[in-house]
Design a protein around this ligand. Structure first.
Ligand SMILES: Cc1cc2nc3c(=O)[nH]c(=O)nc-3n(C[C@H](O)[C@H](O)[C@H](O)COP(=O)(O)OP(=O)(O)OC[C@H]3O[C@@H](n4cnc5c(N)ncnc54)[C@H](O)[C@@H]3O)c2cc1C
Length: 279
């Protein structure tokens, strides 16, 4: 199908984008989620504001022990980042498993978390990293914790005209992502991100992000509590009830709710076990 007619403007700075977004404009970054929606006429913005070439809105940097990734950084750049491969391999590996090369070369971190597809990979990863999402709009800048950002089905804490500027987090080496993917698109049927604090082979604390299973990515806080104090041989039992924390499991043509329920503990365990090998 062909989208309804729309205006197109390219923003040169973040403030220019915010000004251009006023009056009902919609940001476009990689276009890999928005354009399909427009072609299906599920989204009909009157104006697209292209943020993909704003200097300073993309890039990966480290400062004061924190990593900051600009919103328009592509999945391919995240996957290829030596800084992330060394200090936070979970994120680089998860990005490398998104879609195909074309999707990874266009799709962006900001677009992925703003769109918040229930089967997207990076929401689970930013949850497990306990990331801060930096936002800017006409009323100024604010920071939202990833745990508060993903609210529901394609619903995030983002006001009209507000932009994601960057994602910041403390890198974790003992972290890993494991997903059961759709064969065609590579979206997650079930995806689990595990970030661990481990001392002497014992898990001190854990953060687990889950995607693909329900309306939106979520933390598995009961599993996190159950993992504390466990060694590798206690992981399977600690994650066994992981699915019980998930209300309204998705069921669709790719997998039934029952199948997802069975796969959640499997992929949470795989992520935790891989994270433990990095501790
Ligand atoms: C064939 C195919 C396979 C895919 N496979 C996967 C997969 O395996 N795993 C996965 O996770 N994803 C997958 N995707 C989705 C892909 O990762 C998208 O690129 C991503 O979800 C959206 O990023 P984008 O930059 O293209 O956003 P766009 O399509 O440009 O925008 C999406 C939405 O986010 C908003 N937005 C974009 N940037 C910002 C910002 N900085 N601030 C505020 N709002 C913003 C837009 O207004 C729009 O509402 C796939 C997509 C396709 C087409």
């Amino acid at each position: 199908m062909i989208p309804v007619a729309f205006d197109y403007e390219r923003a040169s700075t973040i403030d220019d984008a915010i000004a251009k977004l006023g009056g009902g404009g919609k940001a476009i970054a990689g276009g890999h989620s928005l354009v399909p929606l427009m072609k299906l006429r599920l989204s009909e913005p009157g104006k697209l504001v292209d943020i993909s070439r704003i200097p300073g809105l993309s890039g990966i940097k480290e400062s004061g022990g924190r990593i900051e990734i600009g919103a328009t950084t592509t999945h391919a750049d995240i996957a290829a980042s030596q800084l992330l491969r060394d200090k936070c391999p979970m994120l680089a590996e998860a990005a490398a498993e998104i879609g195909d090369p074309q999707v990874r070369n266009r799709g962006t971190l900001g677009g992925s978390i703003a769109h918040a597809d229930p089967a997207a990979d990076l929401p689970a990863v930013v949850l497990a990293l306990d990331a801060d999402i930096q936002l800017k709009g006409k009323n100024g800048a604010r920071t939202v914790k990833a745990s508060a950002f993903f609210r529901g089905f394609y619903d995030v804490d983002l006001m009209p005209g507000e932009l994601i500027v960057s994602v910041q987090f403390s890198p974790v080496r003992s972290a890993a992502y494991a997903k059961l993917h759709q064969r065609a698109s590579h979206y997650a049927i079930v995806g689990a991100a595990a970030s661990l604090d481990v001392k002497g082979g014992v898990i001190q604390s854990a953060r687990i992000g889950l995607t693909g299973a329900t309306t939106h990515a979520m933390r598995l806080t009961s599993v996190e509590k159950a993992l504390a104090g466990k060694k590798a041989d206690g992981v399977e039992a600690a994650v066994a009830a992981a699915a019980s924390e998930v209300a309204d499991l998705n069921g669709d043509l790719h997998a039934s709710a029952e199948y997802r329920k069975a796969m959640i503990p499997v992929f949470v365990r795989r992520a935790v076990e891989k994270a433990l090998t990095r501790a």
